[in-house]
Structure formats: C-alpha cells, structure tokens
Ligand binder design. Sequence first.
Ligand SMILES: C[S@@+](CC[C@H](N)C(=O)[O-])C[C@H]1O[C@@H](n2cnc3c(N)ncnc32)[C@H](O)[C@@H]1O
Length: 283
Amino acid sequence: MQNDLTHQIDFLYSSALGPSPKVETKGNKIYHLDVFEFLNEKVKDNSVDLAVIDPPYNMKKAQWDTFKSHDDFLDFTFSWIEKLLPKLKASSSLYIFNTPFNSSYILQFLIEQKMIFRNWIVWDKQDGISAPKNKFVNGAETILFFIKGKPVFNFNDVREPYKSTDRMEHASKKGILKNGKRWYPNPDGRLCSEVWNFSSERHKRKINGKVQKMPHLTPKPIDMIERIIKASSNEGDLILDCFMGSGTTAIASKNLNRDFIGCEKNKDYYNLCLDRVLTCRPA
Ligand SMILES: C[S@@+](CC[C@H](N)C(=O)[O-])C[C@H]1O[C@@H](n2cnc3c(N)ncnc32)[C@H](O)[C@@H]1O
C-alpha cells in the first residue's frame, strides 16, 4: 500500500513538473493554474454543488496576497466571483472567507449578482494576531455563506455540544417546559450557530507560545472545512475550491466521500497540495 502510494506521489510530482499541469485522482482534479484560466477552461457551467473559497485577502503577507490598492484587490475579487457564479448549479452553496472589512464589499457584490444571503459567519480564530492600542484586536475572520436556489442544508450533521452541560443533563431527564410543551435536548447537541470557534493552524502549532514556520502560510483548520462540506453537500457532490493552497478542501472532500475540483497557481503550494491529498498529511 505504502509502495503504491509512494509510486503515485512520484508519478504525480513528475507530471506536475512536466508539461501537463493537471492531476487527476479517481475523477477528482487539481490543476496548477491561475484562477481565471481554470474557471474559463476547466470547469463546466452549472456543474458545482458547493464552492468553498479561501482567496487572497490583500493582507500583504506574501506576494500572492499583495495588491497595488484596495480597488485593484476588489477588481480581482469581483472578476473571479463573476467567473465562478455560472459554474454553480441552480441549487448550490457558496462560502467565501475574508476579513470582515473586505467581506462587507464582497457581500454587497454577491447581492447585486442576485445570490441569496444565508449567514455572515464569524470565525473566532482563538489566536491574537496583532496587539493594536487604538481599537479591538482583530481575532476573527468572516465566512460569507450564500446560496442559489434551494440547496441541501444538513443541519443535523453539524450539531455542536450544548454549552450548559448541567442544565442539559437535568433537561434530558425531565425536559424543560417551553410554551406549554416539554422540550428535551437533542442527544447530538444544539443547532450550529454562526459564530465558529476553531483554533487557527498557526496557533495550534505554536511551541512554547512561539509561532512555527509552516509549509503553507495560511492553511485552514480541516475540521472547519469539514463542517461546511457536511452542512452544504451530500456524498458524491462536486466541491470546487479555486485557491487550493495546501489542499484542505480537497482532503476534507475526500474524507467525506465528495468529489473535488480546484486549482493553485503557486508551484510549491501545488506540489504540497498533491502530497497532502495523496497522503492526508497535515499542512
Ligand atoms: C488563503 S490561501 C488558501 C489556503 C487554503 N485554504 C489551505 O487551507 O491551505 C490562497 C491561495 O491562493 C493562491 N492564489 C493566489 N492567487 C491565485 C490565482 N490568481 N490563481 C490561483 N491561485 C491563486 C495562493 O498561492 C494561496 O495558496
């Protein structure tokens, strides 16, 4: 098994470095391409059930995340969104990560494109990034959740533990009287709220409080991406991510028996992504 896998990785690495910029694993595809070439040439219209998009934020932490101006950043962002929307099925879901500030512009644009707003999800990263003295600490990112049509939403698959365990233990025995009826807690937990608590990978990997260098600058926590995929798709559905980075969306899709398609422009990240998809290693 290990030999087969190693052989597969060697093959994929050599094909990644060779003339073909494409990797296919059992019908799933990851391309070493720019987002526009990918969306123009590789994805069929009306084919995607769920798009999970973690694009550049213009935070200037790397060359790929640096734009000349906020307007340039918005031009780029709105252009890839315009190309992406026709790829979504008539009933489908779209999640886009960004800073709260940038998300306010993206939200407005999506509404203009006639997408239907569902949630402004606040991801509390549980990781102090900066220590400003003139405002509150930026500890959260936004995940915009929009839909087209009437897509699946598997609310039962993303329940989370109740907060007040004592009260719930009591309620599970005797119930709680609500509007004249006895309510009993769901054994799988409460409905998932739009405030999400997942430690960032950067924070999880600190050693003695010191930030460690990671193969990718900004890998997303896989359990968070799995929550999105469980909620907004079913087994066998097609998930698209056009900024794959270290491949978290592809691995989460694979773990949950969904198909995936995506691209990554940076060669090192593309190779990292292939390696992770085939071995399911942490980024
Ligand atoms: C925020 S990261 C994605 C991280 C990913 N979610 C993960 O968990 O590893 C954005 C990625 O987009 C890639 N990227 C930036 N501009 C791109 C473009 N024009 N086309 C395709 N990929 C691009 C960057 O190289 C980077 O890896």
